[in-house]
Design a protein around this ligand. Sequence first.
Ligand SMILES: Cc1ncc(COP(=O)(O)O)c(C=O)c1O
Length: 406
Amino acid sequence: MRCCGPGGVGGAVHRGVSPVGRLHGSCRPQGRRARRRPRCGRRIGETGDVTEHAPAVRHFASDNYAGVHPEVLAAVAEANVGHVPAYGDDPWTARLQEVVREQLGEHAVAYPVLNGTGANVVALQAMLPRWGAVVCSEAAHVHTDENGAPERVGGLKLLTVPAPDGRLTPELVARQAWGFGDVHRAQPGVVSLTQATELGTVYTPQAVRELCDQAHALGMRVHMDGARLANAAAHLGLPLRALTTDCGVDVLSLGGTKNGLLLGEAVVVLDPEAVAGVEYLRKSDMQLTSKMRFVSAQLVALYEGDLWLRSAQHANAMAARLRAGIDALGALQVAQPTEANAVFVRLPAPVAEALRRRWRFYDWDVTDGTVRLMCAFDTTPQDVDELLDALRHALADGDGAGATRA
Ligand SMILES: Cc1ncc(COP(=O)(O)O)c(C=O)c1O
């Protein structure tokens, strides 16, 4: 749960599983917009202040702090010619349909949308009746980080279960998948899993298949939040369909922004029987963009070749480098296996503060000092090594003062 956005100078960025009140208690004053707006006569990035844009600094807060992959920008520029029909009736959106069929199977149909929250809400709404409910983990983005959009906009009930490493299991799902036919209970109709999970772990195809088999046997459907599906596939060395279509996933929120797009994701329907009215819901959920060619062109650039894989492999490799470096320090507790592009590590408060003088990263659980360090397609080995150097100095200094040397 994100308690606040970036704070003031060196401000903490909080995100965690703790009670909101406690998180807010630890937040710094915001002033975010005022600080970020460039003042007259001064270019963004000139101050060196961590809150401003400094082109040479890459943070560890999120993969969506990164810019746009040059190949994606080139695709946008290429699509910027002449007039074409709006709202998806354009050659790039038609090409996207071919691409998703190649990647995800012959029945796959893509509905480009603007962001991941929108993809999840449209997908879940299309999969459920008004009385439906979604079984998901307590850490699921749909539950913790979408400001209640599935409930508020989608009108859906979320039924959560604790999943300590982020992964649902059939046993965990069974805790909420009950009460079918009971008019007093919101009817569990969808299991939603996140791949890679919010905790940086990855479901194997076998694990996804077991969840799909269980859900289907109960008359439920399976939605996958695949904001980082590419990172999971890169970790396992498998094609995208091996983790989705081939396992029985019905509807996928296919990620884009976290893997180098300017903006854009897609609802990809893998089983047409699993949804009703996606195209209408996309409009009423305000996710139907008129100049859709530019979203589709980006998704085509990402998925028609191997850009999705190259970028995800790189982000994962940087996280693995960071994890290995942290392990080598021998002084810090790492909270989860590093299987995708995030490392969760407990930092003593002064060490975290020292690192924040230069870098942004999320507090994941302020009750135990766990932070999330996330790598992106453009994180460099040097970025990682500088952070590790700073960490080493901060730990050696005890009070964290050395962290600014690196
Ligand atoms: C697992 C997951 N799903 C979906 C999203 C997409 O969210 P947004 O609406 O910010 O694009 C995110 C972004 O943080 C995410 O981590």
